[in-house]
Design a binder for this molecule. Sequence first.
Ligand SMILES: C[S@@+](CC[C@H](N)C(=O)[O-])C[C@H]1O[C@@H](n2cnc3c(N)ncnc32)[C@H](O)[C@@H]1O
Length: 316
Amino acid sequence: MTLHASPPRPTQPAITLHAAWVEAAQALAVARLDHGHGCASAEEEAAWLVLHAAGLPATEADRFDVHALQPLNAQQLQQVRAITAQRIATRQPLAYLLGEAWLVGLRFTVDPRVIVPRSFIAELLDQGALDSWLLVPPQHILDMCTGSGCLAILAALAWQDAQVDAADLSLDALAVAQINRADYVLQKRMQLIASDLWSAFAAHPANGYDLVLCNPPYVPAASMQTLPQEYRHEPTLALAGGADGMELVRRFLRDAPPHLAPHGVIVLEVGNERAAFEAAFPQLPAVWLDTELHSEAVCLLLADDLRAVFAPGATA
Ligand SMILES: C[S@@+](CC[C@H](N)C(=O)[O-])C[C@H]1O[C@@H](n2cnc3c(N)ncnc32)[C@H](O)[C@@H]1O
């Protein structure tokens, strides 16, 4: 009798992307998670997760249909199920579980050393919405409170001739920003600076910054107490803004004028805290910039106005 080894069977697709997406979306929806970290729903998170497992960028979610019938192999399916279970059990933002975040179509490496990128300023940079406020294309840009470096990188991509400084108090955050800077090959144009707000900025740069971006920690103390669990995985340093949310903002704006070019502009994010901002700076003219999801989250401040309000002897 002759024994024949059975021929290798072709690997059967374990499941399609669509089926994996339905399964993950249902599990995430039932768990009633918070989706404030770059996704608006369980469905969006599930699409990102499934695409990630398939080796596709999250931006493909816009045309998920094209990939819907593509197979996920057993290992990829196992990854989707494991991360779904981890997301539900730990309430960690999906970005941390995948080691990446997507902002205006760009990928950034993230981990719990940095807040998950979701700044409203990103959209303004991506759409060129600041151009009309700038006298000339900015040569010297600062991203204060840079975290993962996402806004500094978007600014460097928006203005290809600019030098961009990116500052943060957290050395951990700067280590992540360094990874992202290398990913976008911006080592020559983007400098990372360890600084408590302006403290390391004695005379930097010589003529002052044309544009300063800042998405500071601005969550008021009371709100810090009631944050959904997802936010508790993020660095407190990145969120906590003191009693009224304006603790960092006060120091940042008060000390800004000497570092600004004569025509300089600050673009500051305060999220839902417009009322607290206006209470803290009743004399300071601010232009509120519309974004797709919020019309009062980001304001624009002019150097001349800051100088007038924060001149020695003036009251803010
Ligand atoms: C809301 S996060 C913004 C991060 C990033 N710009 C973004 O939009 O994703 C605020 C950042 O401010 C940093 N930070 C907190 N206190 C600071 C201080 N005194 N000086 C400089 N950076 C500070 C935190 O480490 C954190 O990375």
